[in-house]
Design a protein around this ligand. Structure first.
Ligand code: NAD
Length: 505
């Protein structure tokens, strides 16, 4: 931090009014490869004047972009999806290097974002309004979905492709202009996707990029010319953004932290369930907002603990670039330190450390931020490893006697991002989906992130704002519904007399 940009290392550019430009900032941060600590680039913390310039460019561009025909906007999205497909292997390498996830998972990150771009190509039908003829004598009522103006998006480090793609394609295809603030920890792959958007034909000023941290985010939240803010990140920051932007009159959606429980009934398919728990618990080193972080073993499923441990123990910890890697490094030394402290708190508070990943050393990558799969049993709901989002490769196991107790446990937890039930019983599954107070439910599915024609519907402590990303909800988020009630006279001699009531005749 606070180091000037060196000439030897690439600096990340801002995108303002269609031009990639260097920042005048005095404050910079290194983008590091989390497996090696190699400096990949330096990213500026943009100045307030640069943030203003980006918003001003978006405001100017809105005047013409909002009038661009739907078909023209849609064709840009069609081009963008083709370009993302073409460049996915190249961008996945950049993503894996700056974020740490495996190449296969990096391609998955891009693919789940690509699906949203495909969805944006349906803007023709998504943007259709409603029409009712003859709601009163010769009166028709219809709705328009009109773009809001300049919108902004703030994204987290863990999905540098998918989450920016949740935001800007749907915002701009709906006729808005956009200012994106990627994570300062891994902005490089996001920038590559934005370059593709320009290549696909997004006009100057319609999509702008500024980099930075709290100061830039706060400037966006309080900017008078921004109409809507999309945020994805931690609960603490999301709550701050929601409140600040809301106080400044903006529409806000904030997708935040999580503690996702997977409930295992004894009748579940044993091997499939264990595979799912281990994949969803330790994949991406547990740095997914929908990662399984708590396993609730019900009744006789308690006996599955040794098998769970054995499977987790077999995972290969290594750099994301290496073949056969299951668990890559954490994003930063700071993140690793935080996870180590939480593991220590679990030991101190009396949980049983079944599998200890603290001392893992990866030959050839000794400087990497690695923690191996870590498994706790005997966990209670008061322990920090249960109450806090760990965001690392740590799975905590609780035990209960009945499905009712499992449901009660989950409903008492403040988070509501995702949950899963593993069972072969349709009746149990139906009861679970009906009674569980969590916005996204998987039945024998470990990470139930909905495909883009549905919306991402995390709930309670995992989300603020009524409308989620993608699906139909996001169109409502990014547009103002205008309802028009119209009457046309076809005869000058019509005279209904004065109507002093509120009723239409
Ligand atoms: P983070 O909250 O630290 O950062 C998110 C964004 O906010 C970044 O762009 C960052 O620059 C900015 N920021 C950081 N500190 C800030 C501050 N004090 N004021 C204003 N802005 C600030 O989150 P992260 O560590 O990048 O991402 C991990 C978190 O994101 C986890 O909690 C995870 O659960 C959550 N997440 C949630 C979802 C979801 O859909 N619910 C999806 C992905 C990640």
């Amino acid at each position: 931090m606070n180091a000037p940009a060196s000439n030897a290392i690439d600096t990340v550019k801002l995108l303002i009014d269609g031009q990639w430009q260097g920042s005048q900032s005095a404050e910079w941060r290194d983008v590091l490869n989390p497996a090696t600590q190699q400096v990949l680039a330096r990213v500026p913390f943009a100045t307030l004047a640069e943030v203003d310039a980006a918003v001003a460019a978006a405001r100017r561009a809105f005047k013409t972009w909002r009038l661009t025909p739907l078909g023209a906007r849609m064709r840009i999205m069609l081009k963008l999806q083709a370009l993302i497909r073409e460049h996915s292997p190249r961008i996945a390498k950049i993503l894996s290097a700056e974020q740490g996830k495996t190449l296969a998972d990096a391609e998955g990150d891009i693919f789940r974002g690509l699906e949203v771009v495909e969805h944006a190509c349906s803007i023709g039908s998504l943007q259709m309004g409603e029409f009712a003829e003859n709601v009163a004598g010769a009166v028709d009522t219809y709705t328009l979905h009109q773009p809001l103006g300049v919108c902004a998006g703030i994204t987290p480090f863990n999905f540098p492709a998918m989450i920016p793609l949740w935001m800007f394609p749907m915002a701009i295809v709906s006729g808005n202009t956009f200012v994106l603030k990627p994570s300062e920890q891994d902005p490089l792959s996001t920038v590559e996707l934005v370059k593709l958007a320009l290549e696909a034909g997004v006009p100057a000023g319609v999509l702008n990029v500024v980099h930075g941290g709290k100061e830039v985010v706060d400037a966006l939240c309080t900017h008078k010319d921004i109409k809507a803010m999309s945020f994805v990140g931690s609960t603490a920051v999301g709550t701050h953004v929601y409140n600040l932007a809301g106080q400044h009159g903006k529409r806000v959606q904030a997708m935040m932290g999580a503690k996702n429980h997977a409930v295992v009934l004894p009748d579940a398919n044993r091997q499939q369930t264990l595979n799912a728990l281990v994949g969803a618990g330790f994949g991406a080193a547990g740095q997914r907002c929908m990662a399984t972080s708590v396993v609730v073993l019900v009744g006789a499923a308690r006996q599955w603990l040794p098998d769970l441990k054995a499977l987790a123990q077999n995972l290969k910890v290594n750099a994301g670039s290496e073949a056969g890697t299951d668990v890559g490094p954490l994003i930063s030394a700071r993140a690793k330190q935080r996870v180590l402290e939480l593991i220590e708190s679990g030991v101190r508070e009396g949980a049983t450390l079944e599998l200890d990943g603290r001392d893992v050393v990866v030959p050839g990558f000794e400087q990497g931020n690695f923690i191996g799969p870590t498994l706790f049993s005997g966990v209670t709901t008061e322990m920090r490893i249960y109450t806090e989002e760990i965001f690392g490769p740590v799975l905590v196991v609780l035990e209960v006697d009945t499905l009712d107790q499992a449901i009660e446990l989950i409903n008492r937890n403040p988070y509501g991002n995702g949950t899963g039930l593993f069972t072969q019983s349709g009746a149990a599954a139906r009861k679970f989906q009906s009674e569980i107070d969590v916005g996204q439910v998987g039945i024998n599915i470990p990470i139930p992130v909905p495909v883009p024609f549905f919306s991402f519907t995390g709930s309670r402590g995992s989300r603020l704002g009524d409308l989620g990303p993608y699906g139909k909800q996001v169109l409502q988020f990014y547009t103002q519904t205008k309802t028009v009630t119209a009457r046309w006279f076809d005869d000058d001699s019509v005279n209904d007399g004065v109507n002093t009531t509120i009723n239409l005749r």
